[in-house]
Unconditional design. Sequence first.
Length: 289
Amino acid sequence: MAFSRLVRFVPKSDESKVLIGEPVDASIDVGLAIYEGKDVEVKPFTGSSILAPGERTENVEIIKTVLSPLAQEEVGTIRCIGLNYVSHAAEMNLSLPEIPTIFLKPSTALGNPWPEPCYLPKITQKDNTGDYESELAVIIGKTAKNVSEEDALDYVLGYTTANDVSSRTSQNNQSQWCFSKGFDGACPLGPVVASTSIVPDPSQLQIKGTWNGNVVQDCPLTDMIFTVPQVISYLSQGTTLPAGTVIITGTPPGVGAGKKPPQYIKGGDEFRVSLEPHIGTLITQFKNE
């Protein structure tokens, strides 16, 4: 890998540019540091996309605004796995699936990290059933089709954090979930992509979701029903996954819909997804459309 961790950002030196680069501090939580108003130094790469980063330069830029690692036109369709944690299936009183449950989000669902807000659609506000889902996102780095589980990780560019923002009433009204989970901005992503060189086994990560300062999700990825290699292999059967494909891999227990009584996000709320080690925190603030 040409990088350990990458971010896509607008630099303070020229707000008309979008750059990609590697944080100078290898241990910094970029999302949290930006939120706290700290200067985050980055060494830009010569390329214009994380899919073709080029070479790292020795210049140093300061992040003005951090962006999703990929632009909308780079991701195609976001592939999503539902019900992929043993303990989440238990909290929802559902049987474990025998094969992965698949749904899609359009590229327009891609959202940037804080300070860009995530807007709760008017249809979600009707009965206030918007929900969060902390997730590991996998970014495919080269075209994959009919790959084996043994070779699946060879196609991974890196890993980042995602929030599968959902509208539960719309979800429960239909057997298909694309509409209820595909609203504009309903997949905040980023900000840091950690390469497979520093995350060789994603099952060793720990995912945490924090809602208005309260930890509501905290789970090891060893609780996944279908591993990352299994998911990639399954999705690639008879189907081309182009470079830039984003796969979000399911949420652990603790979603609002699983609480008794259910609790849902509203305008003004803040949600944080963190993946440790190496990846850090995705912060999303919600506003009403």
